[in-house]
Ligand binder design. Structure first.
Ligand SMILES: Cc1cc2nc3c(=O)[nH]c(=O)nc-3n(C[C@H](O)[C@H](O)[C@H](O)COP(=O)(O)OP(=O)(O)OC[C@H]3O[C@@H](n4cnc5c(N)ncnc54)[C@H](O)[C@@H]3O)c2cc1C
Length: 309
Protein backbone atom coordinates (compact mmCIF):
# COMPACT_ATOMS: atom_id res chain seq x y z
CA UNK A 1 0.00 0.00 0.00
CA UNK A 2 1.14 3.56 -0.73
CA UNK A 3 3.01 4.74 2.42
CA UNK A 4 1.11 8.08 2.55
CA UNK A 5 -2.17 6.15 2.47
CA UNK A 6 -0.99 3.79 5.23
CA UNK A 7 0.11 6.74 7.40
CA UNK A 8 -3.22 8.53 6.96
CA UNK A 9 -5.20 5.36 7.72
CA UNK A 10 -3.14 5.01 10.89
CA UNK A 11 -4.04 8.61 11.84
CA UNK A 12 -7.74 7.84 11.20
CA UNK A 13 -7.64 5.22 13.98
CA UNK A 14 -5.59 7.21 16.48
CA UNK A 15 -7.74 8.18 19.46
CA UNK A 16 -5.52 11.06 20.70
CA UNK A 17 -5.37 12.72 17.26
CA UNK A 18 -9.11 12.19 16.82
CA UNK A 19 -9.68 14.23 19.94
CA UNK A 20 -7.04 16.91 19.25
CA UNK A 21 -7.11 17.71 15.54
CA UNK A 22 -10.81 18.59 15.01
CA UNK A 23 -10.29 21.53 17.41
CA UNK A 24 -8.21 23.35 14.79
CA UNK A 25 -10.24 25.79 12.73
CA UNK A 26 -8.24 25.13 9.53
CA UNK A 27 -9.11 21.42 9.73
CA UNK A 28 -12.79 22.22 10.30
CA UNK A 29 -12.64 24.56 7.28
CA UNK A 30 -11.04 21.87 5.11
CA UNK A 31 -13.65 19.25 5.99
CA UNK A 32 -16.39 21.48 4.54
CA UNK A 33 -15.23 20.43 1.12
CA UNK A 34 -16.66 16.95 1.74
CA UNK A 35 -19.43 17.76 4.21
CA UNK A 36 -22.01 20.56 3.99
CA UNK A 37 -22.25 20.75 7.81
CA UNK A 38 -22.67 18.79 11.01
CA UNK A 39 -26.47 18.97 11.24
CA UNK A 40 -29.12 16.97 9.37
CA UNK A 41 -30.53 20.32 8.26
CA UNK A 42 -27.20 21.10 6.50
CA UNK A 43 -27.37 17.80 4.64
CA UNK A 44 -31.03 18.35 3.69
CA UNK A 45 -30.19 21.81 2.37
CA UNK A 46 -27.40 20.38 0.18
CA UNK A 47 -29.79 17.64 -0.99
CA UNK A 48 -32.36 20.21 -2.08
CA UNK A 49 -29.69 21.98 -4.12
CA UNK A 50 -28.51 18.75 -5.76
CA UNK A 51 -32.07 17.71 -6.56
CA UNK A 52 -32.42 20.81 -8.74
CA UNK A 53 -29.56 19.31 -10.79
CA UNK A 54 -31.22 15.85 -10.96
CA UNK A 55 -28.83 14.29 -8.44
CA UNK A 56 -30.49 12.41 -5.57
CA UNK A 57 -28.74 11.60 -2.33
CA UNK A 58 -27.91 9.10 0.38
CA UNK A 59 -27.62 10.52 3.90
CA UNK A 60 -25.35 9.18 6.59
CA UNK A 61 -24.97 10.36 10.15
CA UNK A 62 -21.30 9.91 10.95
CA UNK A 63 -20.24 7.66 13.78
CA UNK A 64 -18.79 4.21 14.33
CA UNK A 65 -17.85 1.72 17.02
CA UNK A 66 -20.21 2.91 19.72
CA UNK A 67 -19.70 1.18 23.07
CA UNK A 68 -22.94 1.94 24.95
CA UNK A 69 -26.40 0.56 24.12
CA UNK A 70 -27.85 3.98 24.87
CA UNK A 71 -25.71 5.62 22.16
CA UNK A 72 -26.94 3.09 19.58
CA UNK A 73 -30.49 3.95 20.63
CA UNK A 74 -29.79 7.64 19.99
CA UNK A 75 -28.46 6.84 16.52
CA UNK A 76 -31.54 4.71 15.75
CA UNK A 77 -33.86 7.47 16.99
CA UNK A 78 -31.99 10.07 14.96
CA UNK A 79 -32.64 8.09 11.77
CA UNK A 80 -36.29 7.48 12.73
CA UNK A 81 -36.72 11.23 13.10
CA UNK A 82 -34.82 11.99 9.90
CA UNK A 83 -37.27 10.00 7.74
CA UNK A 84 -40.30 12.33 8.12
CA UNK A 85 -38.03 15.35 7.62
CA UNK A 86 -36.79 13.89 4.33
CA UNK A 87 -40.40 13.29 3.29
CA UNK A 88 -41.45 16.85 4.28
CA UNK A 89 -38.82 18.23 1.90
CA UNK A 90 -40.04 15.88 -0.85
CA UNK A 91 -36.53 14.47 -1.23
CA UNK A 92 -35.46 11.16 -2.73
CA UNK A 93 -32.85 10.53 -0.03
CA UNK A 94 -31.87 7.04 1.09
CA UNK A 95 -30.17 6.41 4.44
CA UNK A 96 -26.85 4.66 4.93
CA UNK A 97 -25.85 3.24 8.31
CA UNK A 98 -22.79 1.66 9.89
CA UNK A 99 -23.68 -1.42 11.92
CA UNK A 100 -21.05 -0.61 14.59
CA UNK A 101 -23.01 2.59 15.11
CA UNK A 102 -26.13 0.53 15.78
CA UNK A 103 -24.43 -1.67 18.36
CA UNK A 104 -22.75 -4.48 16.37
CA UNK A 105 -19.85 -4.52 18.87
CA UNK A 106 -22.35 -5.09 21.68
CA UNK A 107 -24.46 -7.84 20.10
CA UNK A 108 -25.62 -8.89 16.64
CA UNK A 109 -29.21 -9.32 17.85
CA UNK A 110 -29.32 -5.84 19.40
CA UNK A 111 -27.88 -4.32 16.23
CA UNK A 112 -30.41 -6.19 14.06
CA UNK A 113 -33.25 -4.95 16.24
CA UNK A 114 -32.11 -1.33 15.80
CA UNK A 115 -31.64 -1.80 12.09
CA UNK A 116 -35.08 -3.40 11.70
CA UNK A 117 -36.74 -0.41 13.40
CA UNK A 118 -35.10 1.90 10.87
CA UNK A 119 -35.96 -0.31 7.89
CA UNK A 120 -39.60 -0.64 8.98
CA UNK A 121 -39.99 3.09 9.40
CA UNK A 122 -38.18 3.69 6.09
CA UNK A 123 -40.57 1.31 4.37
CA UNK A 124 -43.55 3.37 5.65
CA UNK A 125 -41.92 6.35 3.95
CA UNK A 126 -41.12 4.30 0.81
CA UNK A 127 -37.46 4.85 1.55
CA UNK A 128 -34.45 2.58 1.51
CA UNK A 129 -31.62 1.84 3.94
CA UNK A 130 -28.08 0.87 2.94
CA UNK A 131 -25.58 -0.86 5.20
CA UNK A 132 -22.02 0.46 4.91
CA UNK A 133 -19.22 -2.08 5.00
CA UNK A 134 -16.58 -1.52 7.67
CA UNK A 135 -13.28 -3.32 8.44
CA UNK A 136 -13.00 -6.95 7.30
CA UNK A 137 -13.34 -8.20 10.90
CA UNK A 138 -17.01 -7.13 10.70
CA UNK A 139 -17.75 -8.66 7.30
CA UNK A 140 -19.31 -11.99 8.36
CA UNK A 141 -21.47 -10.33 11.01
CA UNK A 142 -22.50 -7.56 8.62
CA UNK A 143 -23.58 -10.05 5.96
CA UNK A 144 -25.38 -12.13 8.57
CA UNK A 145 -27.33 -9.05 9.76
CA UNK A 146 -28.04 -8.10 6.14
CA UNK A 147 -29.38 -11.57 5.28
CA UNK A 148 -31.67 -11.61 8.33
CA UNK A 149 -32.93 -8.09 7.68
CA UNK A 150 -33.43 -8.88 3.97
CA UNK A 151 -35.74 -11.83 4.82
CA UNK A 152 -38.62 -9.56 5.69
CA UNK A 153 -37.74 -6.39 3.80
CA UNK A 154 -36.83 -5.41 0.28
CA UNK A 155 -35.86 -1.80 1.09
CA UNK A 156 -32.35 -2.69 2.21
CA UNK A 157 -28.98 -2.86 0.48
CA UNK A 158 -25.43 -3.66 1.50
CA UNK A 159 -22.00 -2.47 0.47
CA UNK A 160 -19.29 -4.86 -0.80
CA UNK A 161 -15.60 -3.97 -1.15
CA UNK A 162 -13.61 -4.92 -4.26
CA UNK A 163 -10.26 -4.88 -2.40
CA UNK A 164 -11.12 -8.10 -0.54
CA UNK A 165 -10.19 -11.43 -2.16
CA UNK A 166 -13.42 -13.04 -0.93
CA UNK A 167 -15.87 -10.51 -2.35
CA UNK A 168 -16.69 -12.35 -5.59
CA UNK A 169 -17.70 -15.39 -3.53
CA UNK A 170 -19.78 -13.20 -1.19
CA UNK A 171 -21.43 -11.44 -4.10
CA UNK A 172 -22.37 -14.71 -5.82
CA UNK A 173 -23.79 -16.09 -2.57
CA UNK A 174 -25.98 -12.99 -2.15
CA UNK A 175 -27.35 -12.89 -5.71
CA UNK A 176 -30.19 -15.38 -5.08
CA UNK A 177 -31.64 -12.81 -2.64
CA UNK A 178 -32.12 -10.27 -5.49
CA UNK A 179 -30.13 -7.83 -3.40
CA UNK A 180 -29.31 -4.17 -3.72
CA UNK A 181 -25.51 -4.04 -3.69
CA UNK A 182 -23.29 -0.99 -3.54
CA UNK A 183 -19.88 -1.84 -4.94
CA UNK A 184 -16.91 0.18 -3.64
CA UNK A 185 -13.14 -0.32 -3.76
CA UNK A 186 -12.78 -0.25 0.06
CA UNK A 187 -11.59 2.47 2.44
CA UNK A 188 -9.81 0.77 5.36
CA UNK A 189 -6.27 -0.46 6.06
CA UNK A 190 -6.45 -4.20 5.43
CA UNK A 191 -3.60 -6.74 5.52
CA UNK A 192 -2.45 -8.50 2.35
CA UNK A 193 -3.78 -11.77 3.80
CA UNK A 194 -7.33 -10.54 3.07
CA UNK A 195 -7.05 -7.70 0.53
CA UNK A 196 -5.24 -7.01 -2.73
CA UNK A 197 -2.28 -4.79 -1.84
CA UNK A 198 -1.91 -3.43 -5.41
CA UNK A 199 -4.35 -0.78 -6.60
CA UNK A 200 -4.29 -2.23 -10.13
CA UNK A 201 -5.63 -5.54 -8.77
CA UNK A 202 -8.37 -3.77 -6.80
CA UNK A 203 -9.41 -1.88 -9.95
CA UNK A 204 -9.43 -5.11 -12.01
CA UNK A 205 -11.52 -6.88 -9.37
CA UNK A 206 -13.92 -3.93 -9.27
CA UNK A 207 -14.41 -4.28 -13.03
CA UNK A 208 -15.12 -8.03 -12.72
CA UNK A 209 -17.57 -7.54 -9.84
CA UNK A 210 -19.36 -4.65 -11.58
CA UNK A 211 -19.83 -6.87 -14.65
CA UNK A 212 -21.37 -9.61 -12.49
CA UNK A 213 -23.72 -7.09 -10.85
CA UNK A 214 -24.79 -5.53 -14.13
CA UNK A 215 -25.24 -8.91 -15.85
CA UNK A 216 -27.50 -9.97 -13.00
CA UNK A 217 -29.51 -6.78 -13.25
CA UNK A 218 -30.68 -8.04 -16.68
CA UNK A 219 -32.67 -10.99 -15.31
CA UNK A 220 -32.97 -10.39 -11.58
CA UNK A 221 -34.40 -7.61 -9.53
CA UNK A 222 -31.01 -6.61 -8.19
CA UNK A 223 -30.05 -2.97 -7.83
CA UNK A 224 -26.45 -2.27 -8.76
CA UNK A 225 -24.87 0.72 -7.04
CA UNK A 226 -21.70 1.59 -8.96
CA UNK A 227 -20.06 3.57 -6.16
CA UNK A 228 -16.80 4.95 -7.47
CA UNK A 229 -15.26 8.19 -8.71
CA UNK A 230 -12.90 6.31 -11.01
CA UNK A 231 -13.54 7.67 -14.52
CA UNK A 232 -12.47 4.48 -16.29
CA UNK A 233 -14.75 2.29 -14.13
CA UNK A 234 -17.64 4.72 -14.56
CA UNK A 235 -17.17 4.63 -18.32
CA UNK A 236 -16.79 0.87 -18.30
CA UNK A 237 -20.07 0.38 -16.41
CA UNK A 238 -21.82 2.69 -18.83
CA UNK A 239 -20.55 0.64 -21.84
CA UNK A 240 -21.36 -2.67 -20.17
CA UNK A 241 -24.90 -1.53 -19.35
CA UNK A 242 -25.48 -0.42 -22.90
CA UNK A 243 -24.02 -3.69 -24.29
CA UNK A 244 -26.46 -5.60 -22.03
CA UNK A 245 -29.36 -3.38 -23.08
CA UNK A 246 -29.93 -2.27 -19.48
CA UNK A 247 -32.01 0.83 -19.08
CA UNK A 248 -30.36 3.79 -17.37
CA UNK A 249 -32.73 3.13 -14.47
CA UNK A 250 -31.50 -0.43 -13.77
CA UNK A 251 -28.40 0.74 -11.96
CA UNK A 252 -27.17 3.89 -10.33
CA UNK A 253 -23.92 5.73 -9.91
CA UNK A 254 -23.15 6.64 -6.33
CA UNK A 255 -20.43 9.19 -5.48
CA UNK A 256 -19.44 11.13 -2.41
CA UNK A 257 -20.62 14.69 -1.90
CA UNK A 258 -17.93 17.14 -2.99
CA UNK A 259 -15.87 14.66 -5.01
CA UNK A 260 -15.90 14.90 -8.81
CA UNK A 261 -19.04 17.00 -8.69
CA UNK A 262 -18.74 17.89 -12.38
CA UNK A 263 -18.89 14.19 -13.23
CA UNK A 264 -21.96 13.75 -11.03
CA UNK A 265 -23.76 16.55 -12.86
CA UNK A 266 -22.65 15.30 -16.28
CA UNK A 267 -23.91 11.76 -15.61
CA UNK A 268 -27.24 13.11 -14.34
CA UNK A 269 -27.56 15.37 -17.38
CA UNK A 270 -26.95 12.33 -19.60
CA UNK A 271 -29.96 10.63 -17.98
CA UNK A 272 -28.19 8.27 -15.58
CA UNK A 273 -29.41 7.75 -12.02
CA UNK A 274 -26.89 9.47 -9.77
CA UNK A 275 -26.76 9.72 -6.00
CA UNK A 276 -24.34 11.71 -3.89
CA UNK A 277 -23.67 10.35 -0.43
CA UNK A 278 -23.81 13.23 2.03
CA UNK A 279 -22.27 12.74 5.46
CA UNK A 280 -23.04 14.91 8.44
CA UNK A 281 -22.59 14.80 12.22
CA UNK A 282 -19.92 15.77 14.71
CA UNK A 283 -17.95 12.51 14.66
CA UNK A 284 -16.27 13.24 11.32
CA UNK A 285 -12.56 12.88 12.01
CA UNK A 286 -11.86 9.18 11.13
CA UNK A 287 -14.21 9.38 8.14
CA UNK A 288 -12.52 12.58 6.93
CA UNK A 289 -9.01 11.17 7.23
CA UNK A 290 -10.11 8.13 5.19
CA UNK A 291 -11.13 10.62 2.44
CA UNK A 292 -7.65 12.16 2.64
CA UNK A 293 -6.09 8.70 2.41
CA UNK A 294 -7.98 8.00 -0.81
CA UNK A 295 -6.13 10.87 -2.38
CA UNK A 296 -3.12 11.95 -0.32
CA UNK A 297 -2.90 15.05 -2.58
CA UNK A 298 -5.93 16.24 -0.58
CA UNK A 299 -3.57 16.91 2.32
CA UNK A 300 -2.23 19.90 0.41
CA UNK A 301 -5.80 21.21 0.34
CA UNK A 302 -5.91 20.95 4.15
CA UNK A 303 -2.63 22.83 4.39
CA UNK A 304 -3.92 25.54 2.05
CA UNK A 305 -6.94 25.91 4.39
CA UNK A 306 -4.46 26.73 7.14
CA UNK A 307 -3.84 30.02 5.38
CA UNK A 308 -7.38 30.64 4.16
CA UNK A 309 -9.54 33.20 5.92
C1 LIG B 1 -21.33 6.23 -2.33
C2 LIG B 1 -20.10 5.65 -1.68
C3 LIG B 1 -20.25 4.85 -0.56
C4 LIG B 1 -19.11 4.29 0.04
N1 LIG B 1 -19.28 3.42 1.08
C5 LIG B 1 -18.20 2.74 1.55
C6 LIG B 1 -18.35 1.72 2.52
O1 LIG B 1 -19.45 1.44 3.01
N2 LIG B 1 -17.23 1.05 2.92
C7 LIG B 1 -15.97 1.32 2.41
O2 LIG B 1 -15.02 0.65 2.77
N3 LIG B 1 -15.82 2.31 1.51
C8 LIG B 1 -16.88 3.03 1.07
N4 LIG B 1 -16.71 4.01 0.14
C9 LIG B 1 -15.33 4.49 -0.17
C10 LIG B 1 -14.67 3.64 -1.23
O3 LIG B 1 -14.32 2.37 -0.70
C11 LIG B 1 -13.37 4.30 -1.75
O4 LIG B 1 -12.47 4.46 -0.70
C12 LIG B 1 -13.58 5.64 -2.40
O5 LIG B 1 -14.76 5.67 -3.15
C13 LIG B 1 -12.39 5.98 -3.34
O6 LIG B 1 -12.30 5.02 -4.34
P1 LIG B 1 -12.73 5.26 -5.88
O7 LIG B 1 -13.56 4.11 -6.30
O8 LIG B 1 -13.35 6.57 -6.05
O9 LIG B 1 -11.38 5.10 -6.68
P2 LIG B 1 -9.96 5.81 -6.57
O10 LIG B 1 -9.10 5.07 -7.51
O11 LIG B 1 -9.55 5.93 -5.16
O12 LIG B 1 -10.24 7.26 -7.12
C14 LIG B 1 -10.53 7.51 -8.49
C15 LIG B 1 -10.47 9.02 -8.70
O13 LIG B 1 -11.55 9.63 -7.98
C16 LIG B 1 -11.11 10.83 -7.34
N5 LIG B 1 -11.16 10.65 -5.88
C17 LIG B 1 -11.39 9.49 -5.20
N6 LIG B 1 -11.41 9.70 -3.87
C18 LIG B 1 -11.17 11.02 -3.72
C19 LIG B 1 -11.08 11.86 -2.58
N7 LIG B 1 -11.22 11.39 -1.34
N8 LIG B 1 -10.82 13.16 -2.78
C20 LIG B 1 -10.68 13.67 -4.02
N9 LIG B 1 -10.78 12.93 -5.15
C21 LIG B 1 -11.01 11.63 -4.99
C22 LIG B 1 -9.69 11.06 -7.82
O14 LIG B 1 -9.77 11.83 -9.00
C23 LIG B 1 -9.21 9.67 -8.14
O15 LIG B 1 -8.17 9.65 -9.07
C24 LIG B 1 -17.82 4.57 -0.47
C25 LIG B 1 -17.69 5.37 -1.62
C26 LIG B 1 -18.80 5.90 -2.22
C27 LIG B 1 -18.63 6.71 -3.46
Amino acid sequence: MNPARSALLWVSNNEALRRALPRYAFIRRAVRRFMPGEELEDALGAAVELRSKSVNVILTHLGENITQAEEAGHVRDHYLEALPRIKERGLDAYLSVKLTQLGLDLSEEFCLENLRSIIERASQFKNMVWIDMEQSGYLDRTLSVFRKAREGSSNIGVCLQAYLYRTEKDLRSLLPLDPAIRLVKGAYAEPSSVAFPRKADVDANYATLADILLENAVSRRTLAGIATHDPSLIRRARLKASELGLSNQAFEYQLLFGIRTEEQLRLAADGYRVRALISYGSFWFPWYVRRLAERPANVSFVLRSLFAR
